[in-house]
Design a protein around this ligand. Structure first.
Ligand code: AMP
Length: 409
């Protein structure tokens, strides 16, 4: 019998949900949707119902825009439950069919190196990590608490975005700063997007015709947030984001790595306060800082029209990623595959080609025809390092981990 699991990704003002039927290690998405503007009287719910019965079923909007009152995450989850059992949604007759709930949790600190069945001790552990992810962990906790009320007794599982990076060796995760900051305050590299890096590296291992333990894979998650990982024999040994998701490659609005003196310069020399620097580095930098836009499609359009700032932003973006790929090839002692995923990585052939422009020395040559159609393998047949395009599927990882842990429990 298939087990139905509810997957939740709870953000500060939104809750994304999906329901999967899991059977024998396989998972099938039955329905999904999104509650937006949680905490307001003009919330909005979009849902794609009855995927099982009609894959082309349109996205429904529930409620008249501007009138839906969803004061908090509990109300959002209650609204999701109403949809799941409504006539509109034919995938669950009764909420008691939900056998488990999986939550995406951004930060698991050093405490959580794998997906975990949630109990009060785990909730306390996630709470402890709030100081490391003040924007992300508190809403996830609210989602977990809300589910305890709405689904009493149903097992819940936390799947951590940091967990895949728990295998980093100390020489990769420690910063060259006084050791007390690590010991007393947990200041180290944690890495993020781990569920995505896990999924695409596992898929890449299936594509590579070689023993899994020998594989050397560089995974590039290029969306609005961007990160690169080095995965050896299926284990992550290096990743670009750090203590927070601000580090690493240049992103849509985040700086990525900088001269670490820069924030001090802004405070000491330019008289900016800490919050201003925080906003500047997280929300006003990256592509947006250089050209005033953060959506790559808009930037490419303007770059094509001759906008110099957009052209520079694109060049800086590709260069930043190429530098990380090169350094990770050294970390891995070579590379068998370079994987592209997320919005930019999955969809843009021109940027992939530019990023890999100098990858010939690694044995990686882009095949233009394959690249143009976003083929799974976009490299030439004689490439010893394959370039792969693998659409990420974080929800599937959360689902399979949830089903496994609930099944074992
Ligand atoms: P994500 O965070 O994974 O949803 O990715 C969002 C980013 O992907 C945005 O910057 C989009 O502009 C970008 N994106 C999506 N499709 C394309 C495309 N065909 N070409 C370039 N960028 C794209």
């Amino acid at each position: 019998m298939a087990m139905k699991v509810l997957i939740l990704n709870t953000g500060s003002s939104s809750v994304k949900y999906s329901v999967y039927a899991c059977h024998d290690g396989n998972a099938k998405e039955l329905t999904k949707g999104l509650v937006e503007r949680v905490g307001s009287k003009n919330a909005n719910i979009k849902c794609e119902c009855c995927l099982e019965h009609d894959a082309t079923c349109a996205v429904h909007r529930i409620g008249t825009p501007g009138t839906l009152d969803i004061p908090d995450h509990r109300a959002a989850i209650a609204a999701i439950c109403d949809i799941l059992v409504s006539d509109r949604c034919v995938v669950v007759d009764d909420l008691s069919e939900i056998a488990g709930i999986g939550h995406r949790v951004v930060h698991g600190g050093e405490e959580f190196s794998q997906s975990t069945l949630i109990d009060e001790a785990v909730i306390a552990g996630i709470e402890k990590c709030c100081k490391l992810a003040p924007l992300h962990n508190p809403p996830a906790l609210q989602g977990i608490r809300a589910c305890q009320e709405v689904f009493p007794g149903v097992p819940q599982v936390a799947v951590f975005d940091t967990a895949f990076h728990a295998s980093l060796p100390a020489h990769a995760y420690r910063y060259p700063i006084p050791a007390a900051l690590y010991r007393d305050h947990g200041v180290r590299k944690y890495g993020f997007h781990g569920t995505s890096h896990r999924y695409v590296s596992e898929q890449a291992i299936k594509v590579l015709d070689m023993p899994a333990e020998d594989t050397r894979i560089i995974t590039c998650h290029l969306g609005n947030g961007c990160s690169i990982s080095a995965v050896k024999g299926g284990r992550c040994i290096e990743t670009s984001m750090g203590l927070t998701p601000l580090g690493g490659v240049m992103m849509g609005t985040r700086t990525g790595d900088l001269d670490p003196y820069l924030p001090l310069f802004m405070i000491k020399e330019l008289g900016m306060d800490v919050d201003e620097v925080d906003t500047l580095m997280n929300k006003k930098s990256g592509l947006f800082g250089v050209c005033g836009q953060n959506d790559m499609r808009d930037i490419l359009k303007r770059a094509d029209e001759g906008d110099r700032d957009c052209q520079l932003a694109v060049s800086m973006f590709c260069y930043s990623i190429a530098r990380f790929i090169g350094s990770y090839a050294m970390v891995l002692g070579g590379a068998d595959a370079i994987v592209f995923t997320a919005g930019i990585g999955e969809n843009n052939a021109a940027l992939r080609a530019r990023i890999l422009e100098n990858a010939g020395f690694l044995g990686c040559h882009v095949d233009p025809a394959r690249n143009a159609v976003n083929a799974e393998n976009i490299s030439t047949d004689d490439s010893t390092c394959k370039a792969l395009v693998i659409p990420t599927n974080e929800e599937l990882v959360i689902t399979t981990h949830t089903a496994r842990i609930v099944g074992e429990g």
